[in-house]
Design a protein around this ligand. Structure first.
Ligand SMILES: *Cc1c(COP(=O)(O)O)cnc(C)c1O
Length: 852
């Protein structure tokens, strides 16, 4: 809490935007015919585009074409496309409001959006017109597109999933609002200094952010701190109220989410924190200007920076503030602005389902209870009936340390009323448990939302499970393990509550946009409907044996590699050799994902050449590309990055390898880089310890772009392999039950080291100082972890992985067989469209249909 907070101080009513009675619309009923309908931009001709573009350049950027910078040109182009989308956006909002249908409120603390311009041009079919129009102005569309800084408002898979889902909902005509946080600094920009990760702030807003529409006049007040009290209302009922100590404003920033060629434009609403006026004015009046500015800064800190964690909760007060901040803004926004006045909130679930993307937004559950009871006068049971029909929960993990627990001390200090409500929910819930399992007190204790050790805390996943109409995992295996291992007591109590929705990725961004040549080839073969009906890729199966199709497919892979080579040369100064098997492992750096296992494979190949057990000419020419950010506080992950870079440096410089093995690690893996890397890949590395990766979505992107997967039986790999067939997938490693068995027996990494000479030689080479200028201890942390502790059992899967890599090389040697398998991967993975995921959510969880 800031030192300026004054417990019990309430704001004067006129400073609260929620009690703002001013109106912003016209004073009288408009009579001009154009005033009642959105003003539409007519369909563009090339001339029309040029006129609009130059108009934007002159009036928005204030420059003439001849004096304009690339940034001016990019901003003017973005405005032009935005104007084109505007009428459709306004119309979508009007239609949805009038139809009074159920909306999906997607609550996610992260959206890893990637660049917006290319997607907007694609969704509006404006690519050709823009390219031609810009050419007439002497400009080049790709150059302008490259100017865009991607909004990196997410860490990895979870945030990217949210971005894919809102794209699919717009494309499928599903009314939805994405709610989240407009972080001023998104995921850090990664640089390497002497091979070590150094984080730089992500200044994505520095050159202007043309895709957002701020609405400061619609700001929402969010309260924190203070205490609660009971009182007797006018009807003589005892009620409770929260007397908060301080507050901030949430300013909505709206973003357009265009559907693909369907005219629908949904909304993504991200909240930015600002100080309330009262906050600084009172202090300013008292003469402490510096203190007033500090207050401002304190408030704005809430949306200042994305936590760069992937799957470990940071017990940070600010993080809880962020969570409550965006959820409180979003609920308030929906209830006050999206519902018509006078709507009977008893029927709220007919109009909204809030999908909780992991536990980050779960504080929305007690917040809705609080609003219904304390503000709308509902009794507990009434409020609970409504609340538990308005939420559904998606779990994204199996790692126990990634399940959020907030200490009751912190929660009670920051959100005292919410903590009371959580205790109330828990008390009633445990009554239900005791009634269902009489005498089973251990079970009741296990299931309590309140953990007592190591300190008293709220298990947010349990709260979400109790409150949600449904709980889903994100791949079949994960959903099964969720039922059996993470939440078994809950699945016994409510077996029907649990379901699965396997993740998906948007084919617009990750195939149509990222792989234009492959898209053209597919469209030539089967027509263009696959972009919105991805299962149609099945129709490609017969072409897998067609030599002409195979040849075109291979040419496209080569073209994508060339495109990547050009990019990495100018982006990173990296030279990719041509004609190599391109072996790619890109994802967050985490022990469970096992980048160290990939590294051991590389070191082993190198060691075998050095020791003469492998002749250089028998080495399959291979380039391994890594891309991975480590959480700044995650030592082991950062040490692993350091080791990869050091190994790369030595191997890339060693002429004895005759250029047949290269390791590239371009810094700052993000969506923009993924779009160039994935279409170029031959081999997709999905090598997590079985039972650890909830789903993965990178795996889907690679398969859809014609890479073959080497992977464990984990997450969605299981489903990918089942669909593409064993012959077209390189499976290795222990299965989840085998992992569990080994864990129970006791994993002894040393035994693998002692009994496997190849493994021993690889580890010894690292320990010898070969990659660390003779320093024998530089990588002790990584190696000793693998040898003594490693929860993720990398050494246990080493031999199996090496064997699978040998099968990869054998297959790669047969070019036609490889290409055939690659084509079949594309043809058989249409299931992994996020459109299909959305259909599953609609049927199994949301119980609603698209608008017609
Ligand atoms: C798809 C994607 C991810 C998720 O990758 P996984 O391999 O599923 O962990 C992470 N980051 C970016 C930039 C992505 O595009």
């Amino acid at each position: 809490m800031p030192d300026i907070a004054q417990p019990g101080r309430t704001l004067p009513a006129d400073e609260s935007p929620n009690t703002d009675t001013r109106t912003y619309g016209p004073a009288s009923t408009p009579t001009h015919p154009l005033a009642t309908a959105p003003v539409g931009t007519p369909p563009f001709s090339v001339d029309g585009f040029v006129r609009e573009f130059l108009h934007e350049l002159n009036t928005n950027q204030g420059v003439t074409l001849s004096r304009s910078s690339v940034n001016d040109q990019y901003l003017a182009l973005a405005s032009t496309v935005k104007n084109y989308l505007m009428a459709r956006w306004l119309e979508t909002n009007r239609k949805t409001r009038e139809a009074k249908v159920k909306t999906i409120g997607y609550l996610s603390a992260e959206y890893l959006l990637g660049r917006q311009l290319g997607n907007a041009l694609l969704a509006t079919d404006l690519n050709d017109i823009a390219r031609q129009g810009l050419e007439l102005c002497g400009l080049d569309l790709p150059t302008l597109r490259a100017q865009e800084v991607e909004p990196g408002l997410g860490n990895g898979g979870l945030g990217r999933l949210a971005a894919c889902f809102i794209d699919s909902m717009a494309t499928m005509d599903v009314p939805s609002i994405g709610y989240g946080i407009r972080y001023e600094y998104g995921i850090f920009r990664q640089t390497f200094v002497d091979g070590r990760q150094v984080e730089q702030p992500d200044t994505w807003l520095a050159l202007g952010s043309p895709w957002e529409f701020p609405h400061p006049e619609a700001a929402v007040r969010v309260d924190f701190g203070g205490h609660t009290e009971t009182y007797v209302d006018d009807d003589g009922r005892e009620r409770c109220r929260w007397i908060p100590a301080w507050n901030v404003l949430g300013v909505p920033y709206n973003y357009m989410v265009p559907g693909y060629l369907n005219g629908r434009v949904n909304t993504l609403r991200l909240w930015s924190a600002q100080a309330t006026k009262a906050f600084d004015l009172q202090i300013f009046n008292a003469g402490d200007y510096a203190q007033a500015v500090r207050a401002q800064t304190f408030a704005e800190n809430i949306s200042k920076v994305l936590y760069p964690e992937d799957s470990t909760p940071q017990g940070k007060e600010l993080r809880l503030q962020q969570q409550y901040f965006f959820v409180a803004c979003s609920l308030r926004d929906f209830l006050d602005n999206e519902l018509e006045e006078g709507f009977d909130l008893h029927h709220l679930s007919e109009r909204i389902i809030f999908q909780l993307n992991d536990t980050h937004p779960v504080i929305a559950v007690p917040e809705l209870m609080r609003i219904l009871m304390d503000e709308k006068g509902f009794e507990w049971e009434e409020a609970w009936e409504v609340t538990k029909s308005c939420f559904a929960y998606t779990c994204h993990t199996l790692l126990p340390e990634a399940l959020e627990v907030w200490s009751t001390e912190l929660l009670g200090r920051l959100l005292p009323r919410h903590l009371e409500i959580i205790f109330g929910i828990n008390e009633r819930f445990l009554k239900e448990v005791r009634a269902a399992f009489p005498g089973d007190e251990m079970r009741a204790r296990r299931m309590s939302m309140i953990a007592e050790y190591p300190e008293q805390g709220v298990r947010m996943a349990y709260l979400a499970t109790v409150a949600g109409t449904k709980v889903n995992g994100v791949a079949e295996l994960h959903s099964q393990l969720l039922r059996d291992k993470v939440l078994p007591d809950f699945s016994q109590l409510w077996p029907d509550k649990f379901t699965n929705v396997t993740n998906g990725v948007t084919p617009r961004r990750f195939v149509r946009m990222a792989n234009p040549k492959l898209s053209e080839l597919i469209t030539d073969a089967i027509g263009s409907n696959w972009v919105t009906d991805l299962e149609r890729l099945k129709e490609l199966e017969p072409y897998a044996d067609d030599p002409e199709f195979q040849a075109r497919f291979s040419e496209i892979k080569a073209w994508n590699k060339k495109r990547l080579t050009d990019l990495l040369r100018q982006r990173d100064g990296i030279d990719l050799p041509s004609g190599h098997l391109l072996d790619v492992m890109v994802k967050r750096l985490h022990e469970y994902k096992r980048q160290s296992l990939k590294l051991l494979h590389i070191v082993s190949l190198y060691e075998r050449v050095l020791s003469g057990t492998l002749a250089v000419e028998d080495l399959t020419p291979r380039t391994v590309v890594f891309g991975a950010k480590a959480a700044p506080g995650y030592r082991m992950a950062k040490d692993t990055i350091h080791l990869i870079n050091k190994v790369a440096k030595v191997i890339n410089a060693d002429e004895r390898l005759e250029g047949r093995l290269k390791v590239a690690f371009p810094a700052n893996y993000n969506v923009t880089l993924a779009e160039k890397l994935i279409p170029a890949a031959d081999l997709s590395e999905q090598i997590s310890l079985a039972g650890m990766e909830a789903s993965g979505t990178g795996n889907m992107k690679f398969a859809l772009n014609g890479a073959l997967t080497i992977g464990t039986d984990d997450g969605a790999n299981v489903e990918i392999r089942r669909l593409v067939g064993d012959k077209h997938f390189f499976l290795f490693g222990m299965s989840e039950p085998e992992v569990a068995e080994l864990g129970a027996k006791g994993y002894t990494p040393g035994s693998y080291y002692e009994s496997n000479p190849q493994l021993k030689a690889a580890l010894d080479l690292i320990l010898s100082g070969e990659f660390s200028e003779g320093d024998r201890h530089m990588f002790d942390s990584v190696v000793y972890n693998l040898l003594h502790q490693d929860r993720f059992m990398a050494l246990a899967d080493f031999q199996s992985y090496i064997d699978a890599q040998a099968r990869v090389e054998a297959k790669y040697a047969d070019e036609a067989a490889w290409t055939r398998s690659a084509i079949l991967n594309v043809a058989r993975t249409g299931y992994f469209s996020s459109d299909r995921s959305m259909r599953d959510y609609l049927q199994r969880i949301w119980h609603t249909t698209p608008m017609i």
